[in-house]
Design a protein around this ligand. Structure first.
Ligand SMILES: [Fe+2]
Length: 248
């Protein structure tokens, strides 16, 4: 603690004073800041914010198109997130096409239609979460083209329900693999706590959902293989129709 003998200009116990606080003990003075105190070396000080912030202050972007929040966020990571947004949108689009197929009057498998509609919305939500993350880190979301999906899902041997579900399983695995690649590209840049947070974001936001979806769709594929193409599919569809939160 620094004890001063010169008349201080400010005292925390008497802010309005000009800092001449002398307590009952005639030799005791309160520590307080004075003009010019920055010029003297302080013992025990490990962080001098106003000194250290100067270089950060010089780095604050002035261009209106530059993010102010961006910090240690590589262009590779930014591009990888944009690619994953595109992957999620593509899968969402395929699921939407499956919803439209199963909702047709001559197909009329309402449970499967509901399942793929909710799955499509969920994949879009994943894309949106990645967009929010991109903006949070000061990156720029760049949406890319999406591919026209199939419109027919019937399959001579498997039938439409099993074929669509196997396709969904493959898409979930593929998306998960691509997300794991995003994860590892972040790991290779992992030198700050913010990037550790990025990985925890990816794990909680998307990877865990995809793993659950893979398990659930695998079970549906197994069940559809048991029931065959006919009446059993109708029962399976009814089960999906009355199940809560069936989305992949
Ligand atoms: Fe996803």
């Amino acid at each position: 603690m620094l004890l001063r003998t010169a008349p201080p200009s400010f005292s925390p116990l008497n802010p309005s004073s000009s800092c001449t606080t002398r307590h009952s003990h005639p030799k005791t003075f309160l520590p307080c800041a004075t003009k010019g105190s920055n010029n003297r070396p302080l013992t025990g000080v490990v962080f001098e914010p106003f000194e250290e912030v100067k270089k950060e202050l010089d780095l604050v972007p002035t261009l209106p198109q530059a993010s102010l929040a961006r910090q240690k966020y590589s262009h590779d990571c930014e591009a990888t997130i944009n690619e994953q947004i595109n992957v999620e949108y593509n899968v969402s689009y395929v699921y939407h096409a499956m919803f439209a197929y199963f909702d047709r009057d001559n197909v009329a498998l309402k449970g499967l239609a509901k399942f793929f509609k909710e799955s499509s919305e969920e994949e879009r939500e994943h894309a949106e979460k990645l967009m929010e993350y991109q903006n949070k880190r000061g990156g720029k979301v760049k949406l890319q083209s999406i591919v026209m999906p199939l419109s027919e899902f019937d399959h001579e041997e498997k039938g439409d329900a099993l074929y669509a579900m196997e396709l969904a399983l493959s898409l979930e695995k593929l998306t998960n693999e691509k997300l794991l690649n995003v994860h590892s590209s972040f790991v290779s840049f992992m030198f700050t706590l913010m990037l550790v947070n990025a990985n925890s974001f990816l794990r909680t936001c998307c990877i865990s959902f995809d793993v659950e979806a893979i398990k659930k769709i695998s079970e549906y594929v197994a069940q559809l293989r048991r029931v065959g193409k006919g009446h059993g599919v109708w029962h399976f569809d009814q089960m999906l129709l009355h199940e809560e939160g069936v989305a992949a």
